[in-house]
Design a protein around this ligand. Structure first.
Ligand code: SF4
Length: 701
């Protein structure tokens, strides 16, 4: 019952503002505060994740940053004083100018993390000419090419480099036809934990109508359990060997699409020669997958005519990750599962709606970004710095000094290997700006902290399915927080180039839809959004000239063929065919460390961070379920809670990531799995750290 002075609750339709998915929800407002958020399954994008029920708690968390802060004590002491926005922005701009005058503009670097994932930001602030990135162009007019972000350790291997060097197409321009598939292979991803969970719902629906689901992973994931999948445990980091062994089977047994291979691929003979090194018996020893399982799955994929493949970061964190993913994509293509009903589909260029790129900025001339010479392939596709190389620039001036960083929505110390390396790096900077909604381990080292608003607190747009719509502000920004757009505009104005960025969200919307045929006024008057035009589904687009911009048949690759042997990889001096390298740390790569076991990472929110360990491995170490244990690698020792289970492959463990936040509770505050990972162990193609194929052991604490 509400008291007479309390306003009556109001219920409105809106979008969840906790993550960029912007799920459709019904919001209860008590006065000017959100009190309840529930899914609205009647509207598009109405499938919400578990966080929706805690959306109000997240928004009004006592940990929210509400005011600009400036450093008071020594760097790293976590001592700050409250300042006004003007003072905070003045300090930021003057320190940036100071660094520029002493070291050049390239000595400033901008990093944008998962906390900045908001469609308008990543679409409107991407460097000109880059199809998709979360790195922003804010420092380009300042003269610095150094923009980077979460693409340095996530997404780019799987969604950019592997498909682009194979098909000439980015993963964002594909979709998986789960509705028509009768074989769904989930490989190195766990859609049950994804935001939003619509992919999982589609898998379950397919399963209910009789599709078979196979999960290839070293853990029996929640996806595997809920979809009653066949679980094929694979030794971490050996997915490439498994894919190549399946290609070996389909060639030996003549199960591949011979016409497609002959007419539309380049490099098949070299691949056929190479996969002779991967007979299933030998691959079984490497991968831990029984020989008959390898043969059986290869035949099933070849016979499916519409097998769906879902993969992601589980495939990205090993020594030859890009090549492993390419091997899987090639397996799918040569078995006739690409751009056919039930398979992996390409979007025709004409069907891709893009907001206006008219205002996007080119990187400045002058020095290349940090990491461009160490990881030229990454730079070729992204035109941005590879953040794994930033500590070398900060601590050793290689290739040149980086003296200041602007970090938006990220927690680099907990997300990257070797937290102490990053602590040393942040301590050595002349200036660090952190923009976030909550304090992070990084913000402890900041000179200035700016409070950012959540997506509940400012207008933007959403594109879901075939509809574009506005996402309306639900409440005013809390405290003195501002949207990332306002903060970008404020910094740009102080640096003298405010006119190059929108000064309000209304102007941002005008810029976004300029020349696209979508009128912002009409969008504002259409709460259900405006449908985008799309043509009727056409399969095998390479035959019909629907993939290349010049309208010719073939693939948008240098050769016009699907490149099993990649011209782009060859031009950068890499193996053009998908050569497998065993993990640098593992029974093959470093036998001296073999008693240790592989570790990986997993996002999760449980009372304590868990390490999954197989029942037999736990028994051998006297470990019971729930015991405190130490995971030990050559880099360190971190405390976890043992989750003893048969749902993980014997000889491997999986440790929860994302511990180490100053606002977390209990072991989550102290147990940062990246104390165990190794900054020097990377995929040479992408520069990605090897998070998931490392050796460790587990001991009772
Ligand atoms: S997926 Fe993101 S937007 Fe959707 S309910 Fe969860 S937190 Fe909110």
């Amino acid at each position: 019952m509400t008291g007479s002075s309390e306003p009556a609750p109001r219920v409105i339709q809106g979008n969840c503002g906790i993550c960029p998915s912007g799920c459709s929800v019904t919001i209860t407002l008590q006065g000017d505060r959100i009190s309840r958020v529930v899914p609205d399954p009647r509207r598009p994008n109405g499938m919400c994740c578990r966080r929706v029920s805690r959306a109000a708690d997240i928004l009004y968390s006592p940990d929210r940053l509400l005011h600009p802060l400036a450093r008071n004590g020594k760097r790293g002491e976590n001592s700050f004083r409250r300042v006004g926005w003007d003072e905070a922005l003045d300090i930021t701009a003057s320190r940036m100018q100071e660094i520029k005058s002493r070291f050049g503009p390239e000595a400033l670097c901008l990093y944008t993390g998962r906390g900045t994932f908001e469609r308008s930001l990543w679409e409107m602030l991407a460097p000109a000419g880059v199809r998709e990135t979360c790195a922003w162009s804010l420092l380009f007019p300042f003269g610095s090419p150094n923009t980077t972000g979460a693409g340095s350790n996530c997404y780019v291997s799987q969604a950019v480099i592997a498909p682009a060097t194979t098909f000439g197409v980015w993963w964002a321009d594909t979709e998986v036809d789960l509705e028509r598939s009768n074989l769904i292979v989930v490989w190195g991803t766990n859609p049950a934990n994804a935001s939003p969970p619509d992919l999982m719902e589609r898998i379950l629906k397919a399963h209910r109508r009789g599709a078979r689901v196979v999960v290839i992973d070293h853990r029996r994931t929640e996806t595997a359990v809920r979809a009653e999948a066949t679980w094929i445990p694979v030794r971490p980091g050996t997915d490439g060997a498994l894919a190549l062994a399946m290609i070996n089977v389909i060639i030996e047994e003549n199960l591949y699409d011979q016409e497609f291979v002959r007419e539309w691929t380049a490099g098949f003979p070299e691949l056929a020669e190479y996969v002779r090194q991967f007979p299933p018996r030998k691959a079984s020893e490497v991968t831990g997958v029984p020989e008959e399982t390898i043969r059986g799955l290869a035949r099933e994929i070849a016979g499916a005519r519409g097998a769906a493949f879902l993969g992601y970061s589980g495939l990205e964190y090993t020594t030859s990750a890009v090549q492993n993913i390419r091997a899987i994509l090639i397996l799918w293509a040569v078995t006739g599962n690409i751009d056919v009903p039930g398979g992996v589909l390409f979007a025709a260029p004409a069907d891709r709606f893009s907001v206006s790129s008219r205002h996007r900025l080119d990187p400045p001339g002058g020095p290349a970004p940090v990491g461009a010479s160490a990881y030229p392939l990454y730079h070729y596709f992204r035109k941005e710095a590879q953040a794994m190389e930033l500590p070398a620039a900060i601590l050793e001036n290689r290739p040149y000094p980086v003296r200041g960083m602007l970090v938006f929505g990220a927690s680099i110390i907990t997300a990257y290997p070797d937290p102490n390396l990053w602590r040393r790096s942040f301590s050595a900077l002349d200036f660090l700006l952190v923009v976030d909604r909550y304090p992070t381990e990084d913000s402890r080292y900041a000179d200035v902290i700016l409070p950012a608003a959540t997506s509940f607190e400012y207008d933007s747009y959403l594109i879901s399915g075939n509809t574009v719509r506005l996402r309306r502000k639900v409440v005013e920004p809390l405290g003195e927080s501002r949207s990332d757009w306002d903060i970008v505009a404020g910094i740009a104005a102080r640096l003298g180039y405010g006119h190059l960025f929108p000064s309000s969200t209304r102007e941002m919307l005008q810029w976004a839809f300029e020349g696209t045929g979508i009128d912002v006024g009409r969008l504002e008057a259409s709460p259900d959004g405006i449908p985008l035009s799309s043509s009727a589904r056409v399969y095998r687009k390479w035959e019909k000239g629907l993939l290349r911009r010049d309208g010719k048949p073939g693939f948008p690759t240098p050769s016009g063929k699907m490149e099993i042997s990649s011209n782009i990889l060859a031009s950068f001096g890499f193996e053009p065919i998908p050569v497998f390298s065993p993990p640098a740390e593992g029974p093959v790569g470093s036998p001296q460390l073999a008693p240790h076991r592989n570790i990986g990472r997993l996002a999760g929110q449980r009372p304590n961070p868990l390490v999954w360990i197989n029942t037999h491995d736990a028994l051998a170490r006297g470990i019971a379920n729930g015991d405190p244990v130490d995971v030990v690698s050559p880099r360190g020792r971190v405390r976890f809670e043992a989750h003893v289970t048969d749902d993980i492959m014997e000889g491997s463990v999986e440790a929860d990531a994302h511990g180490g936040s100053p606002i977390a509770r209990g072991l989550w505050r102290t147990s940062n799995v990246n104390e165990l990972t190794d900054s020097g162990n990377r995929d040479p193609l992408s520069g990605f750290p090897v998070y998931k194929a490392l050796l460790c052991d587990v001991a009772k604490a």
